[in-house]
Design a protein around this ligand. Structure first.
Ligand code: SAM
Length: 315
């Protein structure tokens, strides 16, 4: 199929005028191919770097895409990254179309906060752009709170909470490679991670332990991947994001008046059904206080195809 890249990229760039005029952030999704004319292709901007990611083989079009991007913005680095499904190793599916890796920015900036980037990381380079409104919400609603950031990845959501005045944030993730990246983001924002703010381990091991120890938080961030894998620390088989099991534990760790913010990535369950499942799993101790979705750089008329976010409050 012939894709009219000029038409598509120019339109996408113009549709996002409000974003590139903003001085509040330097990163957004430039092109969301799923609804903008090239399924499986997404282009994201992080400062002066653009990252073109694709699932189908568009090798013959990459030069055209690079030239069009340079017409829109003076990028110093444009990277192409083929999807894992191409079967290639990372080193063979990630390469520069323009500039060199030495021009890669170390950070993206959003609402005055710096987030460490690692463009040659296996999966996401460090900051999920659809979660920008979540980070904004956290900056505005974390003052004085003790926060638990579950499935923390690079810690970005917890860092937004800290910059919003949270008293403390504990990040939990099972990946062994994240600690130096979280530390770098803390340092770039003039913060000290200390020795007890990152727990590397399995959530199904640590949440029951925290409940047993009587720990309590005033805000919990719950952002499981679309498919949570079976844990050696639990005998149940998780389904999708496993909210029912996770919320039954989180609701016991929340102080009254504390919030739980949930990010829904799974397209097989509707937003309303997910909210209901969470309230039931908390034995009706939670109520909905806010709901929002990803912004205009993730355009979709069907809200169920966007990132959906619900904030609950413990009664
Ligand atoms: C979707 S990412 C989370 C994104 C993150 N909240 C952010 O905004 O950057 C999912 C993360 O969950 C972690 N993870 C998956 N299963 C886990 C488990 N059983 N226990 C702890 N962490 C887990 C992965 O290592 C990965 O970093």
């Amino acid at each position: 199929m012939i894709i009219k890249w000029r038409e598509l990229i120019e339109k996408a760039w113009n549709d996002r005028e409000v974003l590139h005029k903003s001085t509040e952030f330097d990163c957004w999704r430039i092109f969301h191919g799923y609804t903008e004319g090239a399924k499986g292709v997404v282009i994201e901007k992080f400062g002066t770097m653009a990252l073109v990611e694709y699932k189908d083989d568009i090798s013959d079009d990459l030069d055209t895409i690079k030239d069009l991007l340079l017409e829109c913005f003076p990028f110093t680095l444009i990277l192409a990254k083929g999807n894992q499904s191409t079967g290639l190793k990372l080193k063979d599916r990630l390469f520069a179309l323009h500039g060199s890796f030495s021009n890669a920015p170390d950070f993206a900036e959003e609402y005055g906060i710096k987030y460490t980037l690692l463009p040659d990381a296996m999966h996401n380079c460090g900051l999920y752009l659809d979660a920008r409104p979540v980070r904004k919400w956290l900056v505005n609603n974390s003052e004085g709170r003790r926060i638990l950031n579950l499935f923390s990845f690079t810690g970005s959501l917890g860092i937004a909470a800290i910059k919003g005045g949270a008293k403390s944030a504990v990040h939990l993730d099972k990946s062994k490679v994240l600690l130096p990246r979280i530390k770098m983001s803390y340092k770039a924002n003039g913060l000290d991670l200390g020795t007890r703010s990152f727990i590397q381990g399995d959530i199904y091991k640590h949440l029951p332990k925290a409940i047993k120890n009587g720990q309590r938080f005033d805000g919990i961030i719950l952002d499981p991947p679309p498919k949570v894998y079976k844990s050696p620390y639990s005998d149940h088989q998780p389904k999708g994001q496993d909210f029912s099991r996770l919320v039954s534990m989180c609701s016991q760790l929340l102080n009254p008046g504390g919030w739980l913010i949930c990010l829904f990535h799974s397209f097989s369950v509707t937003w309303d059904v997910s909210d209901k499942e969470i309230i039931e799993s908390s034995s009706k101790t939670l109520k909905v206080i806010d709901r929002f979705t990803s912004e205009c750089d993730f355009p979709d008329d069907d809200v169920e195809k966007k990132l959906r976010v619900t904030v609950f409050e413990k009664m």
